[in-house]
Design a protein around this ligand. Structure first.
Ligand code: KG4
Length: 372
């Protein structure tokens, strides 16, 4: 982050601007379709700010939090403190990189939930202060909806094709595994979801058992590339319908390691790549089996994937392979939009802005909010 002076300057601008009243002219704003939106994301351990002009992304800054590495997972209190330190410099940088003036920012969108309450509070409070100081509309965003709508962000360099409604979205992150029917930008229905752990949790928890650092998903992905995916077999759930379950897989993974280590103490070190490849291919099989069923049942063949686990190279390959076989039109997001980022919050804010869906200044964050 650039300089302390810049942070102070922005703080002054935010908190010492003469307030022009808390009621901005929202009706007038709805008719102004050309809008610059500042998005804020702070639901977990990434502080992010992004500027969009309509759908076009002008900047997207993300500050990660190394402080959690030593603990093998995100520590909520440390996360909210790091957000407090990061938020002003990150917003400042996003505005500078976008090359817009403060006066051009016509609305601010923030993640209201789901996520860690302390972390969400930082982004929510910042967004409220910004909206109040600048006298612009405040827009609350469901983080999960943000992941889904990341497919609508436009970039100058890569004019990506948008999925057509209705489409299915396989949303796979650290806290969620869902299959969603997306009927319109703001009209979504969850038709399948995990009844216990999420796919990202399965990656992270199994990685932890292997002694790998947090988050384990990317490391398992890397190690799996060198391994044999048929080396070990893990149990797969038999849940009816479109719901997921990953807790049985986690237990069978734990038991296999326990039994093998009893015979060979260096079992993990000697078989790391094969263990990772086998685990990853089982998770992918589970994810794909329900996605195929959802496509069969709904007749929808426009398929998207979103969330942190959608960065997984094996999953991306398997989705493209299945799409080729089943005639799906598959949309895979760029890596930067798979994990938490504020551009996805700003794009959701954009569609809410067009509909005049604004939040009030007494909006409070929620740790759990469902789509739809
Ligand atoms: O969407 P996300 O950034 O955060 C939320 O949960 O909202 O997702 C984080 C999850 C973590 O569980 C992480 O291990 C997983 O995404 N992840 C991956 C990969 N990159 C991130 N899992 C498997 N393979 C990856 N390449």
């Amino acid at each position: 982050m650039e300089s302390y002076e810049q942070a102070i300057k922005l703080l002054k601008l935010l908190f010492f601007t003469e307030l022009q009243g808390t009621e901005c002219d929202q009706n007038k704003m709805i008719y102004n379709k050309d809008i610059v939106i500042l998005g804020i994301e702070s639901s977990c351990d990434d502080t992010s700010a992004s500027i969009l002009r309509n759908q076009l992304m002008l900047s997207n800054e993300v500050a990660g939090q190394a402080v959690h590495k030593a603990f093998g997972g995100v520590v909520p209190e440390l996360a909210s403190r790091a957000h407090q330190q990061n938020i002003i410099p990150v917003v400042d940088l996003a505005i500078k990189k976008a090359g817009v003036s403060m006066d051009e920012i016509g609305a601010i969108a923030f993640t209201r939930g789901p996520g860690l309450l302390g972390s969400l509070l930082v982004g929510t409070s910042f967004a409220k202060a910004f909206a109040l100081a600048r006298n612009i509309p405040l827009i609350e965003v469901n983080h999960l909806q943000g992941h889904v709508l990341a497919h609508f962000i436009k970039e100058r360099s890569t004019p990506a094709e948008e999925p057509k409604f209705p489409f299915l979205c396989l949303l796979v992150s650290g806290g969620n595994s869902q299959i969603i029917v997306v009927k319109d930008h703001l009209d979504m229905e969850v038709i399948g979801q995990t009844i216990d752990d999420a796919a990202g949790e399965a990656f992270d928890k199994c990685a932890k058992v292997m002694g790998l650092p947090y988050p384990g998903g990317p490391l398992i992905d890397k190690l799996a590339r060198e391994g044999n995916s048929k080396a070990f077999t893990f149990s797969k759930p038999r849940i009816p319908g479109l719901d997921y379950s990953f807790s049985g897989l986690k237990t069978s993974f734990l038991y296999l390691l326990r039994d093998e280590i009893a015979k060979e103490p260096n079992f993990i070190d000697n078989n790391k790549a094969d263990i990772c490849a086998s685990l990853q291919s089982t998770i992918i099989e589970i994810l794909l089996s329900k996605l195929k069923l959802a496509s069969e049942q709904t007749g929808i063949r426009e398929i998207t994937v979103a969330g942190g686990v959608s960065a997984n190279s094996g999953l991306r390959e398997a989705l493209l392979g299945t799409a080729g076989k089943l005639g799906w039109k598959m949309y895979i997001p760029p890596f930067k939009f798979t994990t938490d980022n504020a551009a996805m919050i700003a794009i959701t804010g954009y569609y809410k802005y067009l509909k005049g869906e604004f939040a009030s200044l007494d909006a409070v964050p929620f740790s759990r909010i469902k789509i739809g």
